[in-house]
Design a protein around this ligand. Sequence first.
Ligand code: ADP
Ligand code: MG
Length: 373
Amino acid sequence: MLAASAALLNIDVVVLDVGHNGPAKQVVAPRAPQLAHINGSFTDPEKIRELSAKVDVLTVEIEHVEVGVLEEVESKVPLGVHPSPFTIRTIQDKFVQKEYLRKSGCPISDFLRVDSTVESIRAAADKLGLPFMLKSRTQAYDGRGNFVIRDLAQAQDAIKALGNRPLYAEKWVPFVKEIAVMVVRSRSGEVASYPVVETVHKDNICHLVFAPLRSRDPSIASRAREVAENAVKTLQGAGVFGVEMFLMADGTVYLNEIAPRPHNSGHYTIEACETSQYENHLRAILSLPLGSTALKVPSACMLNILGASSDLSEITSFSEFALTVSGARVHLYGKSECRKGRKMGHITLVADSDAELSKRLRPLLERLPGGHD
Ligand code: ADP
Ligand code: MG
């Protein structure tokens, strides 16, 4: 999606990823031999050095990269690395991220360091109460890094399930909604936020996103945007950031985590906002004027298309059905293999009202592979 946006602005993109035909590589045909994509891992230092030698600006769309090499090449790439390696390093370790954000004055609920021992988990339960969330500090995404401790008897299983990665514990947050805000930050540190959205997760994976936030109290949305903007202001480097938050029954907003890149909760911006998160990411890192973040439709939602099995034809036939729904736009990612829970694409739905949106969404939910409701 970033590459598609770049193509419209005549911005050449060189992609580092494994394989010859990953999703982004399918979108960009290099215009010259020196713009050829690189086959390799974004954790391979040599490959990152090779990429850095070819580009004017280097950016990431995943935070689990080899950040030490980004620090090394930062001063050699003419327009630098954005967001800054400092930001990526801080965010990569969720415990470090939370400490940083708390110190910066962001509203973060209780969390504490734990070791991978049953005793340490017991001590965390004494302080945080049960249930609490045990999280992997690193390499976590789509809930793969979280374990809900409801009973101390689960401690050993949790350590095993989280694969002996470094851990920390978070107090259970009994939120009424999960909300998110995309924030774009220019190279000079100016920030602009997108509308607040509600994110609905299923099995820890983002399932639906509704924009704008449906709420009787408009001060909630303005507070959430302020929390998100303030958090992103404390970071360094340009680009878009996805800020995930928890909304409590009394209207309090807690910051959950920040993604230093375009984010699933911002996919809706392609059809629903004046400037998509992707285009604004490019504008930000290239010092182009930032575009308006305003909604251009009254109501929008995004539905993730997750694999239900290894059967790719389920995805194809669902997408063909979606083509019959007014206001629906299908995005398939060109992934050659389907797996249960893998993000294969998404649908953005727009409508003139929330009521019309719900009507259009219903038949899609009924036919979603894997029988989501
Ligand atoms: P990921 O990197 O997988 O997105 P998150 O930390 O955002 O990890 O957790 C995934 C989901 O787990 C959240 O979107 C939320 O639904 C739930 N969750 C995370 N932390 C807590 C918490 N402290 N209390 C209650 N639910 C939580
Ligand atoms: Mg998350």
